[in-house]
Design a protein around this ligand. Structure first.
Ligand code: ADP
Length: 163
């Protein structure tokens, strides 16, 4: 049997418990999961791509089949180069679906060997996004329901530095 590699792409600025939940579930399904941090997905990111990679590596240390890297390559080409057959996406709401559906068709057009699989967000993370956490971070809100504990200190430090 050939090894099944999947890619989970995103901006992860920073990684949330919702992202981590998708990573853990996808790592159970596939032999090898590559978390791919996009360089140019956001104009003014809070963390550099390298910093985001380091944060994700730190919270996925216990998952031996998870690899994390940054890339600015077109996803369809990156997947082909990595020998990946599936792109994993998390779906929070129906509103996520429309753009994800279009993107999956474009990826399929560019790389016919590449399928997209959607994992439904777990109920408790349905409302969670990196941008929502950044809004909350400005206020004095307990973040442990939103971010991995290892990420909270770096996140707060970066928010303070930006102010
Ligand atoms: P965001 O900035 O909205 O958190 P990302 O680009 O970092 O988005 O997200 C990467 C992927 O993770 C996308 O497929 C997105 O739908 C998914 N995702 C984001 N947050 C969650 C969540 N709370 N639960 C499940 N999937 C999620």
């Amino acid at each position: 049997m050939t090894m099944k590699t999947a890619i989970y792409p995103g901006s992860f600025d920073p990684i949330t418990l919702g992202h981590l939940n998708i990573i853990r579930r996808a790592a159970e399904i596939f032999d090898h999961l590559i978390v791919c941090v996009g360089y140019n997905s956001k104009k003014n990111p809070m963390f550099t791509a390298e910093e985001r990679v380091a944060l994700i590596r730190n919270v996925t240390q216990d998952l031996p089949n998870v690899e994390v890297e940054a890339s600015d390559e077109l996803l369809a080409h990156y997947a082909a180069r990595k020998g990946a057959c599936v792109v994993v996406k998390g779906l929070r709401a129906v509103s996520d679906f429309e753009s994800e559906f279009t993107m999956s068709m474009i990826n399929k057009k560019l790389n016919p060997n590449l399928d997209t699989m959607f994992l439904c967000a777990e109920e408790k993370y349905m409302y969670l996004s990196s941008s929502a956490v950044k809004e909350l971070g400005i206020y004095d809100v307990e973040l442990s329901d939103f971010l991995p504990s290892e990420v909270i200190e770096d996140f707060k430090a970066r928010l303070n530095a930006r102010r």
